[in-house]
Design a protein around this ligand. Structure first.
Ligand code: HEM
Length: 395
């Protein structure tokens, strides 16, 4: 087709009647064809009387995907990658690759929505960048695994101060879970643990501190609780957390207002279903907007305000049973790292506010803090939070 067009254009006499017809009427005919097809399609689909969920108007050819392209973060294409221990000199490069990785996770892949436009991924360099990052991380994690294998004798594996990689290697070696675990699975697990876990977890702390610095009354109330529970000790221990209800409320409110993962992992509908009266066809890609749910005024009073007190006498939790608050998702694909992340965030935040008094740098008022968010699969502060810490002296 392309060769035909090339030869046609090189030999064409643009003033011949045929060329005039081709260049004037052909585009018109083509447009007419699509308009008729569109009208026919619209009428036909209303005839099937499906009650589709509300959406923007349908466009010829592009259908209703246009909105998805603008507001949805795509699920990344297949990866075989990551995780890794930093050696001297490699830290900077690794950090750069990791930030490219996170950026790619939040990049729109047009081919996922409009398959015949898949070639755009090649043109705009997304696929090339993806392959480059994947290759680097794959080699990096391969090296980490080899390093673990070589530095540990067989007897060492599975005992003592083993890290996550050692445990995985031990599981592989002893066939402890009853089915073989290959190298790719080990790599994928390391990737999952490192990337699903680190960015999401620190983001909660970053936003919690931001909100506490903006709301000094809440900060003081939290410090009072933590310091009272801790008493004469200098550090908060894990067992102290059970008595810190306001701390838990602060974390919950942070997770509500600043979801680390605003759009959950996308699902594909396995069969035709009716949801809330709407027909959802088999194969439909569904993306749950947990961010919007957590700010829905029909579920939350003053949804845009940071008010941890709202959780003090409420049974609402983030464990996936109360659908108005699903920062860790819900169901079979819900976050497996939830308990770990919560324990970690509670412990670190409690220690931060227990051991230090905090304020914003001179001249910056809480209300002036820039609250811009990054765009990507995780949502953290666009600009780093700067705060001044002073060691708290017990009276
Ligand atoms: C505050 C911290 C965290 C938040 C807010 C968070 C949030 C999420 C969310 C929203 C999902 C998608 C769930 C869904 O679509 O239903 C998810 C998936 C996942 N998270 Fe987390 N996560 C956090 C920490 C962690 C940690 C610490 C780990 C591991 C150590 C982890 C491992 C994973 C994995 C492996 C998945 C994919 C599960 C699957 O696809 O089946 N996450 N997380």
């Amino acid at each position: 087709m392309f060769t035909f067009l090339q030869s046609f254009l090189s030999h064409a006499n643009f003033y011949s009647p045929f060329s005039m017809f081709f260049f004037t009427f052909f585009p018109l005919l083509l447009s007419l064809f699509f308009i008729i097809k569109y009208l026919y399609y619209s009428n036909n689909s209303s005839a099937t009387a499906k009650n589709l969920p509300p959406s923007p108007p349908r466009f010829p050819l592009l259908g209703r995907m246009v909105k998805s392209l603008i507001s949805f973060i795509t699920v990344p294409r297949t990866w075989v990658v990551i995780g890794k221990r930093c050696r001297e000199g490699r830290g900077k490069k690794l950090r750069q690759v990791l930030s490219e990785f996170m950026e790619l996770l939040g990049t729109i892949c047009i081919g996922d929505y409009i398959p015949w436009l898949d070639w755009l991924g090649k043109v705009n360099g997304v696929y090339r960048k993806t392959e480059k990052v994947a290759k680097y991380l794959d080699e990096f994690i391969e090296e980490v695994i080899e390093d673990h294998i070589s530095r540990r004798s067989d007897e060492d594996v599975g005992v003592g101060d083993n890290d996550f990689v050692d445990v995985l290697l031990s599981v592989q070696k002893t066939n402890a879970i009853g089915f073989p675990v290959d190298r790719t699975t080990i790599k994928a697990l390391i990737l999952d643990m490192l990337f699903d876990g680190s960015d999401t977890t620190y983001t909660v702390l970053e936003w919690a501190m931001t909100e506490l610095l903006r709301h000094q009354t809440v900060m003081h109330k939290l410090q009072d609780e933590v310091r009272t529970v801790v008493g004469d000790k200098t550090r908060v221990a894990e067992e102290d957390l059970v008595n810190m209800n306001f701390l838990k409320a602060v974390i919950k409110e942070t997770l509500r207002l600043h979801l680390s993962v605003p759009l959950l992992v996308s699902r594909r509908c396995m069969e035709d279903i009716k949801l809330d009266g709407y027909d959802i066809a088999v194969g439909t890609q569904v993306i749950v907007n947990a961010w919007a749910i957590a700010r829905d005024p029909s579920s939350w009073e003053e949804p845009l305000e940071f008010k941890p007190e709202r959780f003090m006498n409420s049974s609402i939790d983030f464990k996936g049973l109360d659908f108005e608050l699903i920062p860790f998702g819900a169901g079979r694909r819900g976050c497996p790292g939830m308990s770990f992340a919560i324990a970690l965030n509670e412990l670190v935040l409690a220690n931060l506010v227990c051991q230090f008094d905090w304020k914003l740098p001179d001249g910056v008022a809480g209300k002036d803090l820039d609250m811009s968010e990054t765009v990507g699969i995780t949502c953290h502060r666009k600009y780093p939070l700067l705060a001044v810490a002073t060691k708290h002296e017990k009276k």
